[in-house]
Every structure is written in structure tokens, then in C-alpha cells.
Write a protein that binds this ligand. Structure first.
Ligand SMILES: NC(=O)c1ccc[n+]([C@@H]2O[C@H](COP(=O)([O-])OP(=O)(O)OC[C@H]3O[C@@H](n4cnc5c(N)ncnc54)[C@H](O)[C@@H]3O)[C@@H](O)[C@H]2O)c1
Length: 268
């Protein structure tokens, strides 16, 4: 393979779980544009169908290679373990698994309910157990595969109201690192992407409050929010052969948020 094809995914099958919206949707579009066959799994079927439509409409620049890979839509609730196992069996061999489901309940610890706790943990962390159990062995049997999970800068830096979300994302990082060790000898890679603040439905609550929105924009080195399409490159990289020696890692895509302290700008 020449370097010009380093990120190409022709002939690869990639499942994107959570592909009906936000980062998942843009990841589907990017993966398909690089030639992958993409299976979109989501509980939101109309959203997944819209993603499939957008992916199919992706057209390469004249002379820049083939059009997008085929995209299919699969209804799936990741909290239904039986359905996840059945879906994985039905899909058969996949080369990549990208998981972008996630939820946040922003409340102080004093106000958190057990139900809130379980909801966030179930989607952000426990769902990975059955997904990985169902799909990693098949990848291991073929000696190759890449699993990409969506963590967050909240795995490392917190603020009031982020307790359970931050714990779930820190837990996810350690879960994926352990998976990297357990399946590494079989050639299966596991990595996390840790975005900063990205304008998707998940952040509607923040965008509705101009002060909160602007404070978050100013917290990163780039002084702005990300678009979901700015996360898709990291996902594509980690699925592709450009990252064959990358496993157990966390790729921050946060506009520099976790690099800077942000409390004070000296007048130098
Ligand atoms: N948006 C951000 O600022 C941001 C920042 C850091 C990390 N993240 C993480 O990135 C991931 C994607 O976030 P997003 O902003 O694109 O979210 P989003 O809400 O736009 O998309 C989440 C998708 O998951 C699907 N989903 C939810 N529950 C499901 C279930 N039970 N079964 C199947 N599908 C289900 C939804 O239908 C939706 O399509 C999440 O894990 C999130 O925590 C997001």
C-alpha cells in the first residue's frame, strides 16, 4: 500500500453504533467517503436513514478516486444485550467498530438520583461490555480489527455537575486500555477519542445558555467549539491502517482545552 492510500478503507466493513446523530453521523460520512462499507446501528432509525442519505450523497473531487462505500441502517438499542448479540451475529465479520452512543445528566452530586447514575453509566460504559464481547472475538479470529470508543476530555478534567459522566468516561478509557491488552496479541486494537465541546444534540442544553456557551468557547486554545465533522478525522485515522501501531491510546480532539489552564492570560 502506498502512502496516498494510507487512510483508504475500501473493502473494510465498519459498524458505527450511534450513527444517527452528531459525531456518529459525521464518522459514518467520513468512513464511507474513504471507501468503507458502513453499518449504522442506532435506536433512532429515521436519523440513521438521514445519515445514510448524507453518506451516499458524498461525492469525491473530480479525479480523486471512487465514490462512497455502501451504507446500511440497523435498528439497535445498545442497552438490550440480547439484541446486541443478535445484531453482531447477523452482521458477521467487521473490521471496525465505532461506538458513539452517550448521554449526560448535568447535576450536582447532591441532586443525582440512582436512576440518573444508572442511565449515564449504562449508555456510556456498560454498553461497551456486550458490544466488545460480541464483536472482538470475530476480529481476533481474523487477526485484525479496530475498536474506537468516544470518551471525553471529562475523563481527565471536570467541573461541577460532571461527576457520573466524567466517571463513566474515565472508566471507558481504562476499559478500552484493558481490552487493548487482552486482544492485542490477536491483532485487535482499541482506542478512545476524547473530544472537547462539540455542537451536537448532546450539547443543546449548553448552547441554549449564551453565557455557558461562550465560556466553553473561550476555554480552549482555539477559543471556539468543534463541529462534529472535526471529530470524524480522528475516528477515521484510528480505524484505518494509518494507525496500525496505535492501541490503548486516547486521542484528544479538544481544541487544546486540556492543554491550557485558562485561568489567567498574563500581559506579556
Ligand atoms: N458533543 C460533545 O460535546 C461531546 C464531547 C465529548 C464527548 N462526547 C461523546 O461523544 C459521543 C457522541 O456524542 P454526540 O454529541 O454525537 O451525541 P448525540 O446525542 O448527537 O448522538 C448520540 C447517538 O446515540 C444514539 N443512542 C442513544 N441511546 C442509544 C441506545 N440505547 N441504543 C442505540 N443508540 C442510542 C442516539 O440515537 C444518537 O444517534 C458520546 O459518547 C458523547 O459522550 C461528546
Amino acid at each position: 500500500m502506498g502512502y496516498a492510500d494510507l487512510f483508504r478503507l475500501d473493502g473494510r466493513r465498519v459498524a458505527v453504533v450511534g450513527g444517527a446523530s452528531g459525531i456518529g453521523r459525521e464518522s459514518v460520512r467520513a468512513l464511507a467517503a474513504h471507501g468503507a462499507e458502513v453499518l449504522i446501528a442506532d435506536k433512532d432509525v429515521p436519523g440513521a436513514e438521514e445519515t445514510a442519505r448524507l453518506a451516499a450523497a458524498e461525492r469525491p473531487a473530480p479525479g480523486a478516486g471512487p465514490g462512497p462505500g455502501p451504507v446500511s441502517v440497523h435498528r439497535l438499542d445498545v442497552l438490550d444485550d440480547v439484541a446486541v448479540r443478535e445484531a453482531a451475529a447477523q452482521w458477521g465479520a467487521v473490521d471496525g467498530l465505532v461506538v458513539t452512543v452517550g448521554a449526560n445528566v448535568r447535576k450536582r452530586i447532591a441532586d443525582y438520583t440512582p436512576h440518573d447514575f444508572e442511565r449515564v453509566m449504562a449508555l456510556n460504559l456498560r454498553a461497551y461490555l456486550t458490544l466488545v464481547q460480541s464483536m472482538a472475538p470475530g476480529m481476533a479470529a481474523r487477526g485484525r480489527g479496530s475498536v474506537v470508543g468516544l470518551a471525553s476530555m471529562r475523563a481527565f478534567q471536570v467541573e461541577a455537575g460532571q461527576s457520573v459522566y466524567a466517571a463513566s468516561k474515565a472508566g471507558l478509557v481504562q476499559f478500552l486500555r484493558t481490552a487493548a491488552e487482552e486482544w492485542g496479541p490477536s491483532g485487535v486494537r482499541f482506542n478512545a477519542v476524547a473530544p472537547g465541546v462539540v455542537r451536537t444534540p448532546l450539547t443543546d442544553q449548553i448552547a441554549a445558555d449564551p453565557q455557558w456557551y461562550e465560556a466553553y468557547a473561550q476555554a480552549s486554545a482555539l477559543r471556539r467549539w468543534a463541529g462534529a465533522e472535526e471529530i470524524a478525522g480522528a475516528v477515521t485515522y484510528l480505524v484505518s491502517d494509518a494507525s496500525t501501531y496505535v492501541t490503548g491510546s486516547v486521542l484528544t480532539v479538544d481544541g487544546g482545552w486540556t492543554a491550557v489552564d485558562g485561568r489567567y492570560e498574563p500581559s506579556l
